[in-house]
Ligand binder design. Sequence first.
Ligand code: ACO
Length: 310
Amino acid sequence: MNAGIIGIGRYLPDRVLTNLDLEKMVETSDEWIKTRTGIEERRIAADDMDTSDMAYEAALQAIKDANIDAEDIDLILVATVTPDRPFPTVACMLQDKLGASKAAAMDISAACAGFMYGMVTAEQFVKTGTYKHVLVVGVEKLSKITDWEDRNTAVLFGDGAGAAVIGQVSDNRGILSFELGANGAGGDHLYQDTGSNIVMNGREVFKFAVRQMGESCITVLDKAGLSKEEVDFLIPHQANIRIMEAARERLGLPVEKMSTTIKKYGNNSSASIPVALFEELEAGKVKDGDLVVMVGFGGGLTWGAIAMRW
Ligand code: ACO
C-alpha cells in the first residue's frame, strides 16, 4: 500500500486586492508586479477571519471529499507560519472546531515548504499502517505579518488555505518518492522580525529557489525511477512566475502543464501547493493516473518535493 491524497479542499477569502489597489498603497505599478512576479491580484482575509478559521473551511471540504467523518481522523498536521497565537497550535484549534476528538494534533513550521513537510510526515504514519487518516492543512494569513509600506514584500503575498486527507491507496498510486531539505545558514534571507513583519532579501531567495526547485524535481523523479518525460503536471510553490518557469524548463514541460494560480492568489506560502492542486483537479488538468510533481521552498531555508501518481 502507498499513502496518497483521498480528499482535498481549499478556502480563499472573498476580498480581492489588485495590483491597481497596491499602486495606491506603495510606489509600484501593475506592470512591474506582473512582469517581475506574475501576480495580478491576491486575496486578503477579513479581520475576524483568522488562520484557524480558514483552515477549518478547507478541512471541512477535504473531509467531505474523502467521504469520511471528522471522528475518523487520527492526526491533524497544520503547516503555517501565521498561527492565530504562538500556542495553542492551529492544529489543536482545528481539532476542536472539527470535532475530530480522536485526532492527535500539531503544527509544522517550515514556511512555504510546510505542506510538503506535512504530506511527507503524514505518509510515514499512513504507509506503515499506524494511522488510517491524516489531515494535512497548509494555511496562512500572511496579511497580518506583511509590512504594507514595504514594496519589496507587500506585492507578493496573499491569504488562503488548502487541505488534504492522506489515506491508503494502491501501490502504484499516491506518494511515490519525496525529498525534504533545509539550510539554516540561509535563514537571514527570509524571516519574520521581532516587529513581526516579513523581511526578505529577494535576490538571494530568488537564486536559491531557482536552483533548488529544479534540482528537487529531478531528485524525486530519480528516486522513483521515473524520467522527466513521464511527468504529466507540475505544481510548484506559487512564489514568482520566473522561479516557477525555471523549474518547468528544467523538466522540459510545456507551459500548459504547470499550475499558475499565482496570477489570482499571489504567494500563499504553505497553502499555495494544495490550493493549486485543487484548482487543477477542478479544471480537469490533473487527471486520473497522472504523474504529478509538487515542489516547494521557503524561509529556513527549507525545501521539499513529492512525485505523486494521482
Ligand atoms: N514595485 C516597483 N519596483 C520595485 C518593487 C515593486 N513592488 N519592488 C522592488 N522594486 C525595485 C527595486 O527597488 C529595484 O530598484 P533599484 O534597481 O532602483 O534598486 C528594482 O525594482 C529591481 O529589484 P530586484 O530586487 O532586482 O527585482 P527582482 O527582479 O529580483 O524581483 C522579487 C524582486 C520579485 C522580490 C524577486 O527577487 C523574487 O521573487 N524573489 C523571491 C521572493 C520569494 O519567493 N519569496 C518568498 C519565499 S517563500 C516564503 O517562505 C514566504
